[in-house]
Unconditional design. Structure first.
Length: 326
């Protein structure tokens, strides 16, 4: 971990401690007991989100290459890669590298790498589109479709989109990948795929948009389980603002302090009880940690103990992710 990442982790831990000190813990405990069997639904419904994301990755291959991998394999590696992104301070890049490394040898390494890069691109675009559309719908419902609010929401959304695209354009350098390899090999292949398969790029983006949209369903039902039923537009606002906060604070491993603190801020901004926001964050954190634990087991099953030891040693020596591409 870099110094900045250590500071982010320390601040996240500190913010979580302050929240525990200020929040009515007994009220949070009572609210969690209200969830009851609903936790099974919260945990289980994530399967559909992973399915949508796996389909988004599948469309990042050409039609011919996609047949070399089963949908089950792509789902397993999506879960495994998400676990690496969630639990390690790799700026959401480690999981992408691991996915390419753990894919079966049905296609060449360059095809696997390009598919991961294309999928990451379409997922970033889908996130920006979801936030933009969500802000527009929420603003229209709260204030009405006035030209000023519509223009403001689109301006905010466009700014988010441009910002994410700028961030992603610098992704290869931030990840420690050699810029020469990117420009001469992967960059050209990605551009070739986008130009040659615009329909599959659009379908990949659509699948990721549906994956983000499914989070609205989860937010709606968590609120109902917490005895704070909200209309679908509020659930949409919760999800859009949550994704925005998570995107800004992505560098904190396992979202320590970010998940609960972010939800407190979001719920306060929407005029909802902050205690419920904290409890909402705890419920979602339990879901994320559960699936991250499953992802770690899938990583172990995919590469075995020797593979995990090699990755750890390689990363420990270099401090970068380039070793995983070998």
């Amino acid at each position: 971990m870099t110094t900045g990442q250590k500071v982010a982790l320390a601040l996240g831990t500190l913010s979580f401690s302050i929240l525990l000190w200020r929040i009515d813990v007994s009220a949070v405990r009572s609210a969690l007991l209200q969830v009851g069997w609903g936790m099974a639904l919260v945990l289980g419904q994530e399967v559909l989100a992973h399915l949508m994301n796996a389909l988004g990755w599948r469309f990042a291959f050409t039609r011919e290459d996609a047949g070399a991998f089963t949908l089950g394999e792509l789902i397993r590696l999506r879960v495994a890669g998400d676990a690496i992104n969630y639990l390690t301070p790799t700026a959401t890049i480690g999981g992408e590298v691991a996915r390419a490394a753990m894919l079966s040898d049905g296609c060449g390494a360059d095809v696997r790498a390009v598919s991961v890069i294309v999928a990451k691109s379409t997922q970033t675009l889908a996130q920006a589109l979801f936030i933009t559309a969500g802000l527009t719908l929420v603003a229209a419902d709260w204030v009405g479709p006035t030209p000023i609010m519509s223009g403001l929401s689109w301006a905010i959304g466009t700014g988010v989109l441009i910002g994410m695209l700028i961030v992603f354009c610098g992704w290869p350098r931030w990840a420690g990948l050699a810029s020469v390899i990117w420009q001469r090999t992967f960059g050209a292949r990605v551009v070739e795929f986008i130009r040659g398969h615009p329909g599959r790029v659009a379908l990949s983006t659509l699948m990721f948009v549906l994956g983000y949209s499914w989070g609205v369903f989860e937010a709606y039902w968590i609120c109902r389980f917490l005895l704070i039923p909200v209309p679908i537009v509020i659930a949409l606002a919760i999800e859009v603002l949550s994704i925005t906060v998570d995107g800004i604070l992505f560098m904190v491993p396992a979202k320590i302090g970010v998940q609960e603190g972010g939800k407190v801020v979001v719920f306060a901004a929407l005029g909802l009880p902050m205690t419920v926001g904290f409890t909402f964050g705890v419920v979602r954190h339990v879901r994320e940690l559960t699936w991250a634990g499953l992802g770690v087991l899938l990583c172990y099953a995919a590469v075995g103990r020797d593979g995990l030891v090699f990755w750890h040693a390689a990363l420990g020596r270099t401090g970068r992710l380039t070793a995983l591409w070998r």
